[in-house]
Structure formats: C-alpha cells, structure tokens
Design a protein around this ligand. Structure first.
Ligand code: I6G
Length: 705
C-alpha cells in the first residue's frame, strides 16, 4: 500500500481520503468481526488505520464523527444478549491416569458410605472437544440456546442454534421445561472443507475444529452459521419440570428418543476396571471417529446418588473427565526468562524454538521453579533421572488440554558442550529486591511487595481478570499501558480513571488506539463493576493461597465486607475466637488463613484495599435458596459417628441448606449434631447450653427440604 505524504495534500483531498478510509475500514471491520471473512490482511488493515490517524493528526478539524480511530473492532460476542443460566453450567474435574480414576471411585464410595465391593455403576462416554451449549425447550418448543460463558452467564445464540440440523426445533412428549446440554462440534471432514473454502476466498483459516465450531456458532449473522456444518451431541440437562429417568443411562435414552443425538460410544460400566477398559477402546477408536475428543467422561449412573453427592464449588462430585495423555514434541530451549507474579513468585519460563504440539505452535513453556530446572522434586527426590535443564538443550514439550505447555524431558546426547547449569537469580530481575525462598516453599519470591513493578502490574491484571472484576475493554494489555504511564498504580485508581483522564489535558480519548466512543465505553464498563459481589472482590484482591472457591466460601461465611474486615482485624493475633472461626471454615486451612490475616493487616496492602472499597458498592453474599430451611445462617457442628450418612455428605447437605459448618464448638455454635461416641464437643455444647440433636433428630429437622 503506497500513500502520498500527508504534507502534499490540501484539505479537500485529505477530507476525501478520510471519507474513503472510514468506508473501507468499516467494511473491513464487518468482514472480519461479523462475517468471519476478512478481505484484507491484518497488516493492510493496520496500515490503513495508521494512515487515517496520520491524516487526522495533520488535519484535526477534518476528523469525522464516524472516525475509524474511535472504533475498536468489536468482538462478535458484543452482539449477543446475555443469558443467566437457571442452573449453572459447571465444568468437570480432570483425571489423568488409572490412580486418579480409582481415587475418584474411592471418594464417591466414601462419601456415600458404600463398601469397596458394593456394585457402583458409571457411564463412560467420549468427551467431545467442542463448545458447550444449553438448549431450553418450553412446552416442546426451542425457546433459547445459550453458550456456557462463565458458567453462570452465557450468550444467547438461539437464532444460530436453530440452523444446526442435530438440534430439534420442537419436541413431542417432552417435559414442559427441558434444558438439554451438550457439545457443538465440527467433524474433521467439514473442518477441512471449511478451511479449504476459506483459503480459496483468501479468508482466515481456523486453527482446529474446536475454534471453527466456536467461531461459527458465535456469528452475528445466523446465515453464516447455517453455512457452517455444525453438529451437536446431547450429554446432560439443566432445568427440568420432571425427571427424564432414574439413571444417567435412562435419561440419555430419553433424550435420544426425543430426537437428540447422543454419543454411540456411551457405555454403562460396573466399576473402575470396566471404565478403564472402555477408555482404552475409545482411545483406540479416537483416530477414526471423525471428530476431536480429548478424553472420556465418567458419571455415576444412579441419579439419586448424583443428588446425594452434589457439587463442589465448580464441579460435580459424581463425574470426572479422564483426559487423554498430552501430545509431545522435541525442540531447542533458547533461553530461560524469569517472570514475577502477583505474589512475588519468580517463575522460570522456557523460551523455545517454535514447535507444533497437537496442532498449536508452542514457543513458551513453564519450568515451574528452580528445583524443577535442577532435576529435583519438591521433596528432595530426583525427576527426569536427575537431569537438569540448560539453555541450548533439546527438550521434550507437552500440552495437556488448555494448560500452559510444560517441559517433560531433556536429551543429554544433544547438549551443547558449553552449556552451563542455570543459575537461578537471587534478586528480582524487575526491582532488584532480594528474592528469598522460605523453608517448605518450592518457589523463590521477590520481597519487593508493591514497590516491585512486576508484582504491582500482575496484581492489577489479576484484579481485572475474568473471575475477578472482568471489566470489558480493560485487559492485560491496557493495564500494562496504564501502569507504565502512571495512570493506575493500584486497583482503586481504575475507578478514578474517568475523573483523572476523562477530560482535561491528558485524556484517554486522545491516546493512540482510543477515541471518544471507546474511552467513554471503558469508563461506563468500569462504572458497571462498582457494584460487585463480595466473593469476586475477595478473589480480586489476589491474596496468596486464596483462590476463587475459597473466596466464595469466605463470602458465604461472613456475608458482608464489613463482617469480613472486622473478622480479619479480630484475628490479627492468629488466635482467639475470630481466628478459630476462620480456620473452622471447611476449606480454609491455617496457611490460607495466615496469608489472609497478614495481608489484611499489612498497612500498605490494607490501605490499598480500603481505598478500593471506598469506590465500590460491595454486594452481600447471596445465600443459597433457603425457603423453609431451618438451619439457614446457623452454625452447625457434627461430631461422633454418623450412621446414615457420611460426615462429608452431612456437611455438604447442611451447607446446601445455608448452614455454616464448623469443626469446633464455640459460643457461636447454634446446633450440635452428635452421633455415638461424641466426646468433648458434646460436653462443651452442654456447658454452653447449645441445642444438640442426634442423627435421626437432624434428619427429621431437614426432612423434605
Ligand atoms: O464439559 C462436559 C463434557 C461432557 C460436561 C459433561 C460431559 O458429559 C459427557 N457433563 C457434565 C455434567 C458437565 N460437563 C458439567
């Protein structure tokens, strides 16, 4: 693309060129984002945008109301309405080898109180590598199709789903309300044909069938989806007005009878040996199935067992995905860089000569920590037969699922003569602070805290990440830029951006890549997130050891930010009732509790949190649906032997009814459930005058809820 120098243009010529550019760039945007059929390359697009910016800088008075500078290419998802799933679309926990599957079976037996020899049936079916979709039928008519999204809120893709021939538009003899869940995918044959067609038209090629299926389903124009040959396997259900069956097998058969395609390789298996043998069969058939699968899903067949087993925070206890082994490739290790994370953890990253692993080009892999590089595990034993990893080595790289690639092995026969052992830095490469390794910690950490730019920026990136504040238009790239410019140093500054840079001399809209509309959209998106749930806020703080599930537990336990904050203040000495209460939360251990209390008590960190909270409207934690629950909001302690259910089951049930389950009796305990053999806890409860029930009394109390 050749352009004449802007200095040679007069106003009339510049105006005409700006009009042409606005028209061309709008068409290019539509072709790329909504038609999935770009007609110019990315480089050409960038050159046109740069030319437009150059003209606008030279002739600011000619900037058009529809200026391409103010348009950020909209992702297709912007065009879809959001759908809140009536029943969350969860994910599955993963297992990788036989022992993971045997542990899964043992956990279930233990939870249900079944002996090791009792018969326990499971279904086993291929795990399709596509994207999950939930289809809602009311009175037999398809009324809504929604993607999984973040599990709670997905995108409404109904018009597109209607174009998929495996998805029935109407059902006969179906429950009044029926949500069918399954996987949209593209066969290998259709994928190859689509990419050939894209190539012929000079369009964008898809990296793999999964991306092609996702890109095709999330099209603003349903006619484009129609032209893409998508398929659908049903494997589960969400909301139902009546049960589909009493077992997983019967329910799948019912879905099949209603007109859904279910996977023909689904089998009923009695116990783990049969599961593993069916896994091998599916693995052997993998290459000839004609579509991508990445493992086998096992589910407890009996739905009454599934109900009793219930859910952990994001996964059902009654199902697991047994993943296929990762794909492997050899390549040269070109360098080892150290990345500093939000908690100061110094993570070595392998920079690799690019290599294709399982259809994806890999040029970076994690090296975990200094012991891993040295060929040692975290207990002082050896890994890779004690072989260390050096720059210049040939290393074997693997990818398992969507996880970061890893280095599995090193080929010593190809090691360059001058390769030297890697010296792990003892100071932070970003801020030069000492980097220390505490006893028992596999990781060396920068001690710079918030003075370390890497820690500060990583904390900010975590803060805006999807499971945290998830601010549209404010991703890692923008955070890095704003941090580098000193616009945001801590999370509270994000909420002061409009005030600081919405008007005046240094305005966001005047920055490269931004315009009036995109800047105002960002400020609005930030304002939208001032109202935030307590669980998300706690997670967003990025406190070491406090993950998403724990943040939600803490939110449920304390209910409000004020109560959480007070409890953390009261627990500062790591002893006393507030501390006991904190470590009594199931899922909160001493390590996490110490980290929480220390962070909340550290003046600089606490100052930053308080400044942030002053900008927010923190929503109290939503309690589970508790109409009629006699234990909602109460603190319950189980002690002694339970005979009709396991302790884990009792606890899960109590929590589902809105109770807090604690491990110790205190003045805050409302109810003690004591089985035979209850000792000091029962005595303490009696001294404190706490209501005490036996197991039958407990079951009677919660019966029918
Ligand atoms: O992500 C999934 C893939 C396959 C699933 C699933 C499945 O069954 C064959 N089943 C459930 C219940 C969930 N995710 C949550």
């Amino acid at each position: 693309m050749a352009f004449s120098s802007v200095d040679t243009l007069d106003e009339k010529e510049a105006g005409a060129e700006l009009a042409r550019l606005a028209d061309l760039l709008a068409k290019a945007n539509a072709a790329y984002h909504t038609e999935d059929n770009p007609f110019i390359s990315d480089a050409e697009y960038d050159a046109l945008k740069a030319r437009n910016a150059e003209l606008e800088a030279r002739f600011p008075q000619l900037k058009r109301p529809d200026s391409p500078s103010d348009t950020v290419g909209a992702a297709p998802s912007d065009g879809f309405a959001k759908v809140t799933h009536e029943i969350a679309m969860l994910s599955l926990s993963n297992g990788f080898d036989q022992s993971d599957i045997e542990d899964f079976d043992q956990r279930i037996r233990k939870f249900l109180g079944l002996g090791t020899s009792a018969r326990l049936d499971y279904t086993a079916e291929p795990k399709i590598d596509g994207l999950s979709l939930s289809l809602r039928y009311e009175n037999g008519a398809l009324v809504q199709a929604a993607t999984r999204g973040d599990g709670s809120v997905g995108e409404n893709v109904t018009a597109n789903a209607r174009t998929i021939s495996d998805i029935p538009q109407t059902l006969t003899d179906a429950p009044d309300v029926l949500e069918v869940r399954g996987e949209v995918y593209m066969s290998h044959e259709d994928f190859d044909a689509l990419n050939q067609n894209q190539k012929n038209r000079g369009g964008k090629l898809f990296a793999n069938p999964r991306n092609a299926a996702a890109g095709s389903l999330r099209q603003l124009d349903p006619e484009i989806t129609r032209s893409r040959p998508l398929k659908f396997f049903a494997y589960a259900w969400g909301a139902l007005s009546e049960p589909l069956g009493e077992t997983q097998t019967a329910s799948l058969a019912r879905l099949n009878a209603l007109g859904f395609v279910t996977n023909p390789m689904t089998r009923l298996c009695a116990g783990t040996a049969e599961l593993l043998s069916h896994y091998t069969k599916i693995e052997q058939a993998r290459a000839t199935l004609g579509y991508d699968i990445d493992g086998v899903v096992y589910k407890v067949d009996d739905l009454s067992f599934q109900r009793r087993l219930g859910f952990r925070s994001t996964t059902p206890r009654w199902a697991i995905a047994h993943k296929f082994p990762a794909e492997l490739a050899w390549t040269r290790l070109e360098a080892i860089d150290i990345q500093v994370g939000r908690t100061g953890a110094m993570s070595p990253v392998a920079r690799l000569h690019p290599v294709t692993v399982g259809g994806v080009v890999v040029s970076n892999a994690t090296l975990h920590n200094e012991d891993y590089i040295a060929g040692k595990d975290n207990k002082g034993g050896t890994i890779r037969g004690g072989k260390d990893i050096r720059v210049g080595d040939w290393v074997q790289v693997y990818r398992a699922g969507d996880v970061i690639p890893k280095v599995a092995d090193v080929d010593l026969s190809k090691r360059p003569k001058d390769a030297t052992p890697f010296a792990f830095p003892e100071t932070c490469p970003q801020c030069n602070s000492a980097a220390i390794r505490e006893e028992g910690d596999a990781v060396r950490r920068c001690t710079g805290g918030l003075i370390c730019p890497a820690q500060a920026v990583e904390k900010l990136k975590h803060f805006v990440s999807r499971a945290a504040f998830d601010i549209e238009g404010l991703g890692s790239k923008q955070v890095e830029q704003f941090y580098a410019d000193g616009w945001i140093k801590e999370p509270a500054d994000i909420f002061l951006l409009r005030e600081g840079f919405g008007s005046g001399v240094r305005q966001l809209k005047n920055r490269e890549g931004w315009g009036e509309k995109s800047a105002s959209n960002l400020f609005d998106a930030i304002d939208d997130k001032r109202r935030i749930s307590l669980g998300r806020l706690i997670f967003a703080l990025g406190i070491r050891h406090v993950g998403e599930a724990a943040s939600n537990l803490l939110a449920q336990h304390y209910g409000s930010f004020a109560a959480f904050e007070k409890a953390m203040n009261d627990a500062q000495e790591l002893c006393g009732p507030a501390w006991e209460d904190l470590i009594g939360i199931d899922g909160v251990g001493e390590v996490m509790a110490t980290s929480l209390v220390r962070s909340m008590g550290q003046p600089a960190e606490r100052g930053s949190i308080d400044r942030l909270v002053a900008q927010l409207d923190v929503q109290d934690a939503a309690r589970p649906k508790l109409e009629g629950s006699p234990v909602a909001g109460k603190t319950v302690v189980f002690t002694g032997t339970l005979e009709k259910m396991t302790r884990a089951e009792a606890k899960a049930r109590a929590e589902a009814l809105g109770a807090k389950v604690s491990g110790s009796v205190s003045a805050k305990t409302d109810l003690l459930v004591a089985g035979p053999g209850a000792g000091s806890k029962a005595q303490k409860a009696a001294q404190l005058g706490i209501e005490t029930l036996d197991e039958d009394g407990w079951l009677e109390l919660i019966a029918g809820i």
